[in-house]
Write a protein that binds this ligand. Structure first.
Ligand SMILES: [Zn+2]
Length: 168
């Protein structure tokens, strides 16, 4: 069968930076990407490029940053007082807050986000809350491993069950 709304798709992909060709990540046969197609789990343009393909088909396409993780924005660079990162002893947590460290934080509304430490000065820490792939045009290539119809339970739950999916 071919990939369409409510298919369960297994695939392997390689993701690289479309402009530079630099490798970003890839799946392998022990741990392919398995997802329910057409329910908004993945970026729409990624799904558009796979619709109609079947097991054994290959794919190779690019997605502009605007349709992936969006532009890199200076608005997502924030200066945070070092006191926010004090330990229980009242000292700056220099073991964990280092340049290039990825730090889990939450905003005033309790939303979880991850920031990358860009700079540390006398009083402030410059944190970058852009998605690590913001501003990147993405290049995907790979193989469709399997396509099957979703079960009624999977459609009710909105996710895949069994291998590569939820175990419940
Ligand atoms: Zn479920």
């Amino acid at each position: 069968m071919t990939i369409d709304i409510n298919s369960v798709v297994s695939l392997n992909y390689k993701l690289s930076n479309h402009k530079t060709g630099a490798h970003i990540e890839e799946t392998n046969s022990d741990n392919p990407l398995v997802f329910l197609f057409g329910v908004g789990q993945l970026m729409p343009e990624f799904e558009d490029n796979l619709q109609g393909k079947k097991a054994g088909d290959k794919f190779d396409f690019a997605i502009e940053s605007a349709n992936a993780y969006g532009p890199y924005s200076e608005d997502n660079i924030v200066m945070i007082p070092k006191t926010v990162f004090h330990t229980e002893e009242g000292k700056f947590n220099e073991d964990e807050i280092k340049v290039d460290a990825v730090v889990p934080m939450s905003d005033n509304e309790g939303n979880h986000m991850r920031g990358i430490v860009r700079e540390i000065n006398e009083e402030m820490v410059k944190m970058d809350f852009n998605h690590p792939l913001a501003g990147y045009d993405l290049h995907f290539s790979g193989d469709i491993l399997a396509v099957r119809e979703a079960s009624k339970d999977e459609l009710d739950h909105g996710h895949v069950h069994g291998e590569g999916g939820h175990q419940h």
